[in-house]
Ligand binder design. Structure first.
Ligand code: V47
Length: 359
């Protein structure tokens, strides 16, 4: 092990923080297994051998979006072939089905629809809560919250308060992409800035909502831009403690319009997860989202600092429209098997990481 890696090991053992330059050294290291071992050490100190998963269902209520992010194969214009918006009845039926199947969470996000009023989202939350009261509703990214504030001419604070009142339990981590503006100008020029994403997220945390954070990697960004992204998240977490999990999302290139985008190989995926675990010393949970990583890399990632495999998902559109070759759904038994065969202890959790059952 090089002296740089030895220094980082000593920092992990003493609970000290690594610098941006050290994170860049980790990305540059040819020794994938040594980096993975450091991440596993950092994870073991926090989480032992336990690996979390949950029983959830994704509901993407519309793919119509006023933004035209070049990395997104899910987006459609209103009236374009393949565009859809689920009716409230469709949404309620999916939620009821999830509850009947034993899910504890629904994860709902969608495009920024040009015509649906803010009231639609409030009614959707209230109706789900009334009909499927056992489900925790994790919904809307910071991008959507900002959009709701615009269309309802309310402050972000008012929007969050109204959504909570209607049944919102927490927020997922999407829309962060790469927070640095140079990359955003190329891949999502119409989307809110990285600074605004952080500001809205901070307001959600201050209002008492837990959220996640993602990073879309493997397109045009440099390692320095990934580290800058991680740095901004670590700084916000220091201020609020409101993040639960960090989720690096491996870019799926099919049907997208990012010129020269590379896509993500196994080595890059594992190293990115490992560096994230080591750098984000104030994030307890690191999720390998199997939809984007594929089942095999997600399972191997459990030896690279990951302690969460996300959930059963059931119906996924964003990654699959972009060519993800993972299944649409996983049964609990499949997830438990993946975790056990990696030598770890499977633990079913709820959205807020309360343990439901140790397998
Ligand atoms: O916001 C879009 C990303 C996100 C592509 O918080 C793409 O628990 C890869 O945020 N290739 C949605 N990624 C997914 C998401 C998520 C998933 C699972 C769990 C949680 C959580 C959050 O997917 C979008 C965007 O950043 N995305 N297009 C693509 N071609």
């Amino acid at each position: 092990m090089t002296s740089v890696l030895q220094n980082i090991r000593s920092k992990i053992e003493h609970g000290a923080r690594i610098s941006d330059d050290e994170a860049l050294e980790l990305f540059a290291s040819p020794d994938l297994l040594a980096v993975g071992e450091l991440a596993a050490l950092a994870n073991r100190r926090e989480n032992g051998d336990r690996v979390y998963f949950n029983a959830n269902r994704h509901i993407n209520y519309t793919n119509i979006c006023v933004n035209r992010c070049t990395f997104c194969a899910f987006h459609k214009e209103a009236g374009e072939k393949g565009c859809y918006t689920l009716t409230l009845d469709d949404i309620l039926a999916r939620a009821a089905e999830a509850q009947a199947a034993g899910a504890t969470e629904i994860h709902m996000v969608g495009g920024l629809h040009p015509d649906l009023p803010f009231d639609f989202y409030l009614k959707m939350l209230a109706a789900i809560r009334a009909e499927s009261p056992d489900l925790h509703i994790k919904a809307f990214t910071a991008v959507e919250i900002d959009y709701f504030a615009q269309i309802s001419q309310q402050s972000v604070e008012q929007v969050i308060a109204a959504l909570r009142e209607a049944g919102l339990g927490s927020m997922p981590g999407g829309g962060a992409e790469i927070l640095g503006q140079e990359v955003r100008d190329k891949i999502c020029p119409e989307k809110i800035s990285g600074a605004r994403w952080l500001e809205v997220t901070e307001q959600a945390h201050r209002a008492g909502l837990k959220t996640n954070a993602t990073m879309l990697f493997g397109h045009l960004e440099t390692f320095a831009e990934r580290v800058d992204h991680l740095g901004r998240l670590r700084a916000l977490q220091d201020r609020t403690g409101g993040f639960q999990a960090f989720i690096p999302l491996a870019f799926q290139p099919d049907n997208t319009r990012v010129p020269g985008a590379r896509g993500v190989g196994g080595v890059d995926a594992l190293k990115t997860l490992a560096v994230s675990r080591i750098y984000l010393d104030n994030f307890r949970h690191l999720k390998a989202y199997w939809v984007m990583l594929g089942l095999k890399i997600a399972q191997v990632a459990l030896a690279f600092g990951v302690n969460d495999l996300d959930g059963t998902v059931v119906e996924e559109k964003i990654g699959h429209d972009a060519g993800a070759d993972s299944p649409q759904a996983l049964g609990k038994e499949q997830i438990i098997g993946l975790i056990r065969k990696a030598g770890k202890v499977p633990v079913e959790r709820d959205t807020l990481y309360r343990e439901i059952r140790v397998y």
